[in-house]
Design a protein around this ligand. Structure first.
Ligand code: SF4
Length: 196
């Protein structure tokens, strides 16, 4: 990684889910689909049709690129809306709200980019969950901003050093498309054996 490289906004989501997965995807360029990732890709293919319009009083624009020089972030938004002049990002996700806060970090990163691009403070965003057809409000609080910035710093270090974070078996591994590549339980056994 050098000064002209940018961190994909989606990497925040992956890093918060599992740093080892983030390394595999963005440093080792490994990716394998499973049912969840195929559904997610197909949802984003549908929403990533560039276009602008109105839904009642709300102005909407889809699939525009967001960028921050300050945080060296880049990524394509699903949807940006504006109500009474206030902009906010809407991130589309398959399924229902998960147990993890990685989706909120991704919305916060989009808000940081929007703030830099427009000069407007972005106090909130939304996650639209396709399975439940519901929007979840994401408050872009100071705590969430700090989390997002700390995650960006961790990813910058990961990209600069390329040091592989350990594969640690957890509940998250169950739905991970990289499970068969990673074999975290086996990796853990080997690690424990080497420590003996
Ligand atoms: S299987 Fe588990 S440890 Fe391995 S990349 Fe996926 S979430 Fe991370």
């Amino acid at each position: 990684m050098n000064d002209t490289d940018y961190i994909p906004i989606a990497a925040l989501n992956q890093y918060a889910y599992c740093p080892h997965r983030c390394w595999r995807m963005f440093c080792a360029a490994e990716f394998i689909d499973n049912q969840y990732t195929i559904e997610g890709t197909s949802l984003h293919d549908r929403v990533h049709t560039t276009g602008e319009g109105h839904r009642e009083e709300t102005w909407q624009i889809r699939a525009i690129w967001l960028k921050s020089e300050r945080y060296q972030l880049i990524g394509k938004s699903d949807l940006i809306e504006s109500e009474s002049g206030q902009l906010y990002p809407v991130e589309y996700k398959r399924g229902r709200k998960g147990e993890w806060d990685n989706d909120e970090l991704q919305v916060c990163a989009q808000a940081l980019c929007l703030e830099e691009m427009t000069g407007q403070i972005i106090p909130q965003g939304f996650i639209y969950y396709a399975h439940s057809h519901q929007r979840q409000l994401v408050e872009i609080s100071d705590a969430l901003r700090e989390d997002a910035i700390a995650t960006i710093q961790s990813i910058t270090t990961l990209f600069q050093t390329g040091i592989i974070p350990p594969a640690i078996y957890s509940k998250r591994c169950k739905g991970c498309s990289l499970y068969s590549q990673c074999l975290p339980q086996l990796a853990e056994k080997v690690r424990r054996y080497q420590e003996c």
